[in-house]
Design a protein around this ligand. Structure first.
Ligand SMILES: *[C@@H]1O[C@H](CO)[C@@H](O)[C@H](O)[C@H]1NC(C)=O
Ligand SMILES: *[C@@H]1O[C@H](CO)[C@@H](O)[C@H](O)[C@H]1NC(C)=O
Length: 649
């Protein structure tokens, strides 16, 4: 049990009063919402409690780096960069891809890359011209984008024909609702090892449950769509032995903290969502399967004192329900058969406009789905909602002196929220240090209005390097080469680190690790994989043509590794000389390049699991799969001197 009984009883007592007051509360809430809207203006510093700016991360104290011998600065190159149209473009010569060599692996990837670069060059040139001729056109053209229906009606058969999902092409907006009429099926013996671990001879457990999910169908290519809301009623067979409803989000394969309703009403002191509790109470015992009428009569007989409205669990096997999901101001609300059941506060990084699909799976027969008050135009990726165009997040210009470490952060064009979260957290520590430089590396997006916004963002913040090829999952490796090029040529850094925009980096502790290795040595540091073998089938299969060898070289996981600049330098020269072998997995590619380098000069390989691949461990160097919300949480903890994880189960 998760809450003390006393609290539950108190909550039950408060329940009737609360319901009586609900009318007033609704009125009050409306007034409050209006008031809040009038007053609202983005407070740029409010999200950094603990005086983020007044407590630097001591990076500047590492004076050792400044006295170290400097790599020759390539001023010639820096001039050409500054001469480039806006100074935000990678200096990597992608034209080098347009060269086919006989032999040498990765030939087909190279031609795909050459094509992406040729298209990218055209798109980027158009971008420059569009920005020059009429900077205001962008908003007009996006307004004329395809109109979406105001409502969608599907019968159960139509719904099943579409793979038990309905597409909401323009996503949701404030006030949108989806009503589902469906019937939970009778419990069935469950043998799926993902749900139940059965030992030999065990009776299978009877399970009835279903999953309703709002998904971000269009957000990222080549990844499972984020689950913006996962609503999972467990009618029978939950580990707790109780009927429960679990709600959660899932972002790039990582589940957030679930909100679990077990029939206790949320504590009185817990935050509400648009004035409603996250979990309503329902009665616990077997009465929930009894007919409502007899329960109602029982309640009336001999009870004159306080009438408390106790309802059974909202879902019953074999009985149709009508569920309505509503998008409120602060979160999603679920009503079943006209009664409020749960509310789920919005989580940062999961926008309403991104909720472009609804799926219903599990032990459930759907009779119909109706979605209404939908937005008729795509509010698009709404960068203005995520970007805080405040000068305090702008990057300082590149230092004149060679930097100690350059951190290249892989990002995608439409990851506006992710980049903003990085800026407001660990990247700000890099900006305050004179020997750490960090930049995002972004390729061009398929949608031109994303590129226009990206260019504006790059010009404003000065922390984005555009690598002008058409982005695709298989070509991420080009961004890695671009990071090496920028780190060596533009920044003259002694070390180069690569990470992703869902990585949280503790720069100070990464540097401390790096410093343990004498600076004269070549270094490759990260979470190493030894003798891994390619997956030859499934969604992420690697063909023999792409990777003929049976094993991969020793390689560090992609989200967070460090190399010394001599290795980076050799990668860039090999690329320039058309000799660099490219493989679609950028981390394996790096392992391959370092292995090759190691043949001429020994490389110190340093392995640490603190460069976390799956999520986060306390005292991490880098944490991975962190949503923007978790980034802010990690940062707060780090500012308070505690390198602890957020929302780990
Ligand atoms: C390079 O690309 C251009 C077009 O982008 C093409 O016309 C030319 O033949 C290519 N050259 C080589 C060597 O592939
Ligand atoms: C690096 O090269 C040395 C020989 O110089 C070799 O013993 C070592 O195994 C190599 N390391 C890797 C990871 O390939």
């Amino acid at each position: 049990m998760r809450r003390p009984l006393a609290g539950a009883a108190a909550a039950a007592g408060a329940s009737s009063r609360r319901r009586a007051l609900q009318g007033c509360a609704a009125l009050f809430f409306l007034a409050y919402a209006l008031f809040a809207l009038l007053l609202w203006s983005p407070p740029p510093l409010a999200t950094l409690p603990g005086g983020a700016r007044s407590r630097p991360l001591h990076l500047d104290d590492d004076a050792g780096g400044r006295g170290a011998p400097a790599r020759p600065s390539r001023h010639a190159h820096r001039e050409t960069l500054e001469a480039a149209p806006s100074g935000i473009v990678s200096g990597l010569d992608l034209g080098r891809l347009n060269y086919t060599r006989a032999g040498g692996g990765g030939g087909s990837l190279r031609s795909v890359a050459a094509e992406a670069a040729a298209t990218g060059a055209r798109v980027f040139a158009d971008l420059e011209n569009a920005a020059l001729s009429s900077p205001l056109d962008a908003s007009d053209s996006s307004a004329q984008e395809d109109r979406c229906p105001h409502s969608i009606v599907l019968t159960g058969d139509e719904f099943r024909a579409r793979g038990r999902a309905v597409e909401l092409p323009c996503g949701l907006t404030l006030g949108s609702y989806i009503t589902v009429a469906a019937t939970p099926r009778r419990a069935h013996p469950e043998r799926d090892p993902k749900i139940i671990l059965l030992k030999e001879g065990d009776e299978p457990i009877m399970v009835s449950q279903f999953m309703m999910e709002l998904q971000g169908l269009k957000t990222v290519d080549g990844e499972d769509p984020p689950r913006i809301l996962h609503f999972n009623p467990r009618l029978r067979g939950d580990w707790s032995g109780k009927q429960a409803i679990e709600q959660n989000t899932c972002y790039r394969m990582q589940w957030g903290t679930p909100i679990r309703c077990e029939g206790w009403m949320s504590r009185a002191d817990e935050e509400t969502v648009d004035g409603m509790v996250k979990c309503e109470k329902w009665i616990q015992d077997e009465r929930s399967t009894e007919s409502t009428t007899s329960w109602w009569l029982n309640r009336l007989i001999g009870r004159t004192k306080k009438a408390s409205l106790d309802w059974p669990y909202p879902f019953v096997e074999d009985r149709m329900f009508l569920l309505t999901l509503t998008a409120g101001l602060e979160g999603y609300h679920v009503n079943v058969d006209g009664r409020h059941v749960t509310s789920f506060p919005y989580r940062i990084g999961f926008g309403l406009e991104d909720a472009t699909g609804l799926s219903l799976n599990g032990d459930l027969d759907v009779q119909s789905v109706f979605a209404g008050t939908l937005p008729t135009t795509h509010p698009s990726f709404a960068p203005q909602k995520h970007l805080e165009m405040s000068p305090i997040w702008q990057a300082p210009p590149l230092p004149d002196e060679p930097a100690e470490i350059f951190i290249g952060i892989l990002s995608a064009g439409n990851h506006f929220a992710e980049r903003m979260a990085v800026r407001k957290t660990w990247m700000s520590a890099a900006h305050r240090s004179s020997n750490v430089v960090a930049r995002f590396f972004v390729a061009l997006h398929g949608r031109n209005e994303v590129n226009l916004e990206l260019k504006k963002e790059a010009e404003f913040f000065g922390d984005i390097v555009i690598v002008p090829f058409m982005d695709s999952y298989d070509l991420v490796v080009l961004k890695t080469v671009a990071i090496c090029e920028y780190g060596v040529r533009a920044v003259s850094a002694k070390y180069i680190m690569k990470c992703d925009d869902d990585n949280f980096v503790r720069i100070q502790s990464v540097m401390a690790e790096v410093k343990k290795i004498p600076s004269s040595k070549s270094l490759y540091m990260g979470n190493m994989n030894y003798r891994h073998t390619p997956m030859r089938d499934g969604k992420w299969a690697v063909t023999y043509e792409e990777w003929p060898e049976e094993v991969y070289p020793t390689y560090a996981n992609g989200p967070g590794y460090v190399i010394s600049s001599d290795i980076a330098d050799s990668i860039v020269s090999e690329f320039t000389n058309h000799k660099l072998r490219l493989f679609k997995m950028e981390d394996v590619s790096m392992g391959m390049w370092v292995e090759r380098f190691n043949k001429s000069k020994p490389v110190v390989y340093v392995h640490s699991v603190k460069f976390c691949q799956f999520g986060c461990i306390d005292d991490y160097y880098t944490a991975h799969y962190q949503s923007p919300r978790q980034m802010l949480c990690l940062w707060d903890k780090l500012q308070a001197g505690r390198p602890r994880c957020c929302n780990m189960r």
